[in-house]
Ligand binder design. Structure first.
Ligand SMILES: [Zn+2]
Length: 270
């Protein structure tokens, strides 16, 4: 058995937490990540038959039954993950139709997975139905996207169009746009279900006055989606109060999409 702290996927997740903290997106215990693992890649580092604890998840998901996830811990600080991965992270296998998480590694101080596990796992289930290669769900509190939800219309088409206009890359990086949830209490099955519903049509879901959810095949892709949208939101906040001389108009956005071979969301360009 190899040392799990050398597993490439664990090393990358730890680095991602550190990087996100460095961006200022994960103050205190803000933010959480779940990474789906294959049994085969996990078995090189962890005894799959040694269950440390059985923890109720509080919801059902037949789709995810038997799947493995590396998940950040509840109440844990992203800034600390690099110094003690075993206390701040855990590896779970879902059983009993998703109602039980079998802990195989981590949460070494008696902790458990993030309180946002419902939003993560319901989103995994939806995204796996769209893309069987989806592996990552990521949540954080990026400053400018968060600020934008106070001053910009929350209409998804309008919000998306503004982000697309702020940087040439945006319509190429997230051609399906961003979906937006109105403010809701976090940590509940209700916000989990609402987030998963929004994940049916986009990999980015903004939580108004809270933060953002992102889905992707890899940690890089998922991080990059947030990074790009956040950059666009920053540009918007720098110029929103100034007289605009020009912007990326719909012809330009259409040309970018055509050049890079992506399809902008139906009805989002005039
Ligand atoms: Zn949050």
């Amino acid at each position: 058995m190899n040392d799990i702290l050398t597993a490439p996927w664990l090393v990358e997740l730890v680095r991602t937490c550190t990087n996100m903290y460095g961006h200022g997106w994960d103050e205190r215990n803000g933010g959480n990540i779940s990474l789906r693992l294959d049994a085969a890649e996990l078995a090189e580092y962890c005894d799959l038959s040694a269950v440390l604890r059985r923890i109720p998840t509080g919801f059902r998901s037949e789709t995810l039954d038997g799947m493995y996830f590396l998940v950040t811990g509840t109440g844990k600080y992203f800034k600390n993950v690099q110094y003690d991965p075993a206390a701040n992270l855990g590896i779970i296998r879902l059983t009993d139709g998703g109602e039980t998480a079998e802990l195989l590694w981590g949460y070494s101080d008696g902790g458990k997975f993030t309180s946002e596990l419902p939003a993560h796992l319901m989103s995994h289930a939806v995204r796996l139905g769209i893309d069987p290669e989806n592996r990552v769900i990521m949540h954080c509190h990026p400053n400018h996207l968060l600020a934008m939800t106070y001053v910009h219309d929350l209409d998804e088409r309008a919000f998306t169009r503004t982000l697309w206009q702020m940087e040439t890359e945006c319509v190429f990086v997230f051609p399906e746009g961003v979906n937006v949830l109105p403010w809701m209490v976090c940590g509940t099955n209700e916000i989990g279900e609402a987030t998963a519903e929004k994940m049916k049509t986009a990999r980015l879901v903004v939580w108004a006055q809270h933060g953002i959810y992102s889905a992707g095949r890899s940690l890089d892709e998922t991080f990059g989606l947030i990074e790009t949208a956040e950059k666009a939101a920053e540009v918007y906040l720098k110029i929103a109060h100034l007289p605009w001389k020009q912007t990326l108009n719909d012809d330009a956005l259409r040309a970018i999409a055509e050049h890079f071979g992506v399809k902008a969301r139906d009805g989002y360009l005039d």
